[in-house]
Every structure is written in structure tokens, then in C-alpha cells.
Design a protein. Structure first.
Length: 364
């Protein structure tokens, strides 16, 4: 079976882990700060704060923007549930707006529609879904006009670019995940990026019990620290990331070429000024029954995935919180049609050829 995700773990990861174990410095240590700096530099941001996972990073990224109970935060309903849950962690209220059906990302026209009628929208939490940047030109223009805080959920988009600038450097803060299936990983892990020195200081307190100095705790904080072991893995992984992204892009191009004339497949759209890093290669299937196609793929050795099969406001958690009447037409259409095929860096050329052959061989 060709899996939908498969982390690559090299010799260097093992060597650095061994070094950390031998040093006895297992929690915060030199690799944590080295990793924070390297990842921030890689992402065109000034400051990086390593944390336990992407979800905690989102929570801290929102708190660093001053999100507090009762605040309204605009976000997309077409994402992993951690995105909107991080708004709930702050006691704030998610406002779901629809996506652009071409990119699957939040639609800036829909954001403005809400900003015009809702008072006191404090922030917009965008998601660069599948590894494709949101329309940052339009969103930054809205930020200037309406003065909201901007948070980038970049958990799927390490190294993605909009107009030669990397995601994670546009917003007031950004969150990344290094979960095992992401484009690079530390097992579990995350990082928060910002260009603001004050926010960076505040974020460092938030992930470390609100500690201000050795024995002084000035705010309510958490224990969201990354371990030195995980950071060592991250350092080795980051060195490989660009070559892995190249591989994903090459695989995606092969698929695009092979599937562009298939009438039941719509290939991913990539705007000219974006570098899509293909965390997922996601097609739309509309004229066939998706579940049958998924079973056919599995029967022929190809594991695929549906991200996501439910809009967030329809999850029981959100239903109970009064989101029963929300309708985002394009997101609701997308959940019924999206399908992700393996595109990761561990695929051999044979694997890619086999996936192409299997997809092309589908008889409706
Ligand atoms: C993976 C992911 C998260 C959560 O990251 P974890 O490290 O699993 O906590 C949040 N948002 C999106 C869009 C993700 O893909």
C-alpha cells in the first residue's frame, strides 16, 4: 500500500538525538533556541518560539494578538478543528466565512462582507490550506482598511510563498505544526512566529508558566515548551525541507500532466505568484461517487485521504454552541468532493507512476 503520508528520518536525526541524550539536557536546551532561530529565518520572520504542537502554537499566537473572552475572530470552516478550537480556548467567538472554491482558502470578499456588518471583529485567523498561501495581497489590504489582528495558521504550509515571501511572515503572528505527517516533523511540535519583539517576549512567557525572570511569574502562562530532543529532530529535518518540497512539486506536476484531461478529476489550482508546497495534492471529484473511487484506489494499493469531510460549524461541538444556522455554500460543496492523493517526498518514481496508472484506469 502506498500511504498518504510517510515521514523521512535520516541518519542526522539519530545522531543529534543521541547527542542530546548523552548531554542529559532533555528539556529546554541549545537545540531549542537554534531551531527557533533557523525556522524563523527560513520563514522570513524575525522571531520564533518553539512549542509542543501546532494547536498550542495557535492558542499562543492568538493570545499574543491580545484575543480575549468575547472577541470575534473571523476564520474558515474548511480546516482541521484545531484552527477554530484555538479561538474557543481564548473564550472568543469564531465567525465562519466561506472559501474560494478554486483555492479552498478563505475568500477575502467574504471576509470584507463580515467586516462591514459586524462590529468589534478583533482578528482574522487564516489557514494556508494544503500548502497553498491565502491571497495575502487582498488580506493585507483589508487589514490596513479595517485594522484587525492577523494570525496565519501555517500548519500545512512550511516554506509556502506568496510573491516570493514565505507564509508566517505576513501576519501579526503565525503558527506552524511539526506533527509526524506534516512536510517536516519533530514527532509532535510547533512554532509561533512574529516580527514584533514585544509579542515575542509575551509569547515566551505564555509557553513557560508566565515566567518573567527566574522566580517571578507575572501572567497566567502554560507549559507549552518543546523538548531539546524534538528540536534536534527539527534541525535535521529543516535542512532537508527545501529538497522535500522540490520533490512534492515535481510529483504534483506529474499528476497535473497526467490528470488534466480526465473528465472526473479537477486538478489543484495554483495562482501565478504562489509557491504551493503540496502538503496535500488535492483533487476534486464531482461526476463520480467519491467513496467508490476511494475504495477502488485502496483495492489497487493507493491510500488516499479526505481533508475534510465536514465543515467545522457542523461538528457537534459547534452545533451545541449555536452555529446551527451557518451556511457556507462553497465549503459545504468542497467537503463532498475533495480527495487527496499521496504526493510526499518518500514516493519513488515507480510509486508516482503507479498512482497515475491506477487513477487513469478508473472506470466510472
Ligand atoms: C496539523 C494542523 C493543526 C494542528 O497541529 P498539531 O501539531 O497537530 O496540534 C492545526 N491546523 C491545521 C490546518 C493543521 O493542519
Amino acid at each position: 500500500m502506498i500511504n498518504i503520508a510517510c515521514p523521512v528520518i535520516g541518519e542526522k536525526e539519530g545522531r543529534l538525538i543521541k547527542e542530546v541524550l548523552d548531554s542529559g539536557i532533555l528539556a529546554s536546551g541549545k537545540y531549542v533556541s537554534q531551531f527557533e532561530q533557523s525556522f524563523a529565518r527560513y520563514s522570513d520572520a524575525k522571531f520564533g518560539i518553539a512549542s509542543v504542537n501546532g494547536t498550542a502554537s495557535l492558542h499562543v499566537a492568538l493570545l499574543m494578538c491580545g484575543i480575549k473572552p468575547g472577541d470575534k475572530v473571523i476564520t474558515t470552516p474548511f480546516s482541521f478543528i484545531a484552527t477554530s478550537n484555538s479561538i474557543l480556548f481564548c473564550g472568543a467567538k469564531p465567525i465562519f466565512v466561506d472559501i474560494d472554491p478554486k483555492t479552498f482558502n478563505i475568500n477575502s470578499i467574504e471576509i470584507e462582507r463580515v467586516l462591514k456588518k459586524e462590529k468589534n471583529v478583533r482578528a482574522v485567523l487564516i489557514v494556508h490550506l494544503y500548502g497553498l498561501s491565502c491571497d495575502m495581497e487582498a488580506i493585507i489590504a483589508l487589514k490596513k482598511k479595517y485594522k484587525f489582528m492577523l494570525i496565519e495558521d501555517s500548519c500545512q504550509a512550511h516554506g509556502a510563498e506568496f510573491g516570493n515571501k514565505r507564509v508566517g511572515s505576513f501576519g501579526d503572528t503565525a503558527a506552524f505544526s511539526f506533527y509526524a505527517t506534516k512536510n517536516m516533523m519533530t514527532g509532535e511540535g510547533g512554532v509561533i512566529l512574529t516580527n514584533n519583539e514585544e509579542a515575542d517576549k509575551y509569547g515566551r512567557q505564555l509557553i513557560n508558566h508566565g515566567r518573567y525572570s527566574h522566580s517571578l511569574h507575572t501572567i497566567l502562562g502554560y507549559n507549552y515548551r518543546l523538548t531539546n530532543i524534538a528540536a534536534a529532530i527539527g534541525i535535521a529535518q529543516l535542512e532537508q525541507l527545501e529538497s522535500w518540497i522540490e520533490k512534492r512539486i515535481i510529483n504534483a506536476k506529474k499528476y497535473n500532466e497526467a490528470f488534466k484531461n480526465l473528465d472526473f478529476v479537477k486538478i489543484p489550482y495554483v495562482p501565478k505568484n504562489c509557491r504551493h508546497v503540496f502538503h496535500q495534492y488535492t483533487i476534486r471529484v464531482s461526476s463520480i461517487e467519491r467513496s467508490k473511487f476511494i475504495k477502488y484506489l485502496a483495492d489497487n494499493g493507493v491510500n488516499s485521504g479526505v481533508y475534510y469531510d465536514t465543515v467545522l460549524y457542523k461538528q457537534p461541538l459547534y452545533r451545541r454552541r449555536g452555529y446551527g444556522s451557518v451556511i457556507c455554500v462553497e465549503a459545504e460543496k468542497a467537503v463532498g468532493e475533495v480527495l487527496s492523493l499521496p504526493v510526499h517526498q518518500s514516493l519513488s518514481e515507480n510509486d508516482v507512476d503507479k498512482i497515475i496508472e491506477v487513477v487513469n484506469g478508473y472506470k466510472k
